[in-house]
Design a protein around this ligand. Sequence first.
Ligand code: ACO
Length: 428
Amino acid sequence: MSEIAKLEVGGKVYEFPIYTGTEDESAIDISKLRGVTEGVITIDRGYKNTGSCLSEITFLEGEKGILRYRGYSIEELAEKADFLEVAFLLIFGELPTQEQLDKFNSDIKKNSVVDDDIKKIIDAFPKSAHPMGVLSSLTSALTAFNPGAVDIDSEEDMYNSVVGILGKFPVLVAWTMRKKQGLPLDYGKKSLGYIENLLKMMFKQPNEKYIQNPIIVNALDKLLILHADHEQNCSTSTVRIVGSSHAGLFASLSAGISALWGPLHGGANQAVLEMLEGIKKDGGDTNKYMAKAKDKNDPFRLMGFGHRVYKNFDPRAKIIKKAADEVLGNLGVKDPVLDIAEGLESQALADDYFVARKLYPNVDFYSGIIYRAMGIPTDMFTVMFALGRLPGWIAQWKEMRLNNEPIGRPRQIYTGESLREFVPVEKR
Ligand code: ACO
């Protein structure tokens, strides 16, 4: 491809450089567009064609269903690495040596206690509060308990913030769930692995020992790896844009959690299960819901289908479907909701409407099914996603700050009223 793009505006031709990424993706650099054309900008609703940064963290190619973290394929990482190794890789750029991994693990454990006053904040939430709202608030509240800003020029300071939030976040996740269930808050056990400890903090009953199931531990580890980063998605872009004003790490993460909450993004895993439950209650007629999804006068969409970037298949969905089969088989789960999910999946994959629009099951179609089998309440699904995405958000925030990105501040084309005179209230 030529290294220059030419654009003609009002009879004048302007030239812009073209960036090429390591995987041959191309982008026209329009950073000087407004200046040289004296006022012309681009409009790109939903940023479908806009690259917001250059990044070395994650590569994905939607058409081919490729996803790689720092050059390693998601398939290989899901099979051979564990979540903390992947977190280290995303945040620091290389897989850790055994020594680095042991230190990382032990530093995270040292940081896995939160200020006891956090409990007062949790107590103040009504039981009806959605866990994502609680998690976002608690993450933001961490700023109050750790007021010093991260010195981004200090590697030590950066490292301490990373292990600090990776240690505290699972506590907030587990406590958000337990509070809602009326269970005493549990701190887990320092000797346990990251995932085992999380499960214990979530599920330990006050009057009995918590017994780990390796199949569940392994499936949860995989799920978190698959969710760990996904380049410039809605929540990650939010973390970057909030952080670009030099708001702190916890404030930026809290904003990312809010962005993830929505049903068109991370909230889809909850929405999938609610949709399946709704279909079951309505008699289980999947044909009726397929027709609704295709009806342009009906706002209903098949949740868990389609993706902004993947237009072939979602590589994460393939891995997770296999894990779902293992977990359900191991736990001997028989659930009518799963039959509905299977029915919808096979119908949609063979349906012209879905095939023509390249709508395939995404990772969230299956993740909710596994979470449900593990006994995680539906409204906690997106919280689990947030825990998985945490290393990606941190890595992207760190990269953005270290690259000294300017404050994110898009422009607009104004379509409102032109200047008009104020009319006093009695004359309106
Ligand atoms: N059910 C029915 N029709 C759909 C669906 C769906 N799930 N998704 C897209 N379509 C249709 C649209 O109506 C549109 O049809 P048209 O061309 O006839 O107008 C076409 O497919 C393209 O859809 P867009 O909304 O333009 O695609 P976009 O890339 O903007 O949206 C999105 C992607 C938001 C994921 C969308 O597919 C969707 O709403 N899916 C359901 C929600 C979901 O599962 N979200 C999770 C995404 S994964 C994640 O965040 C981890």
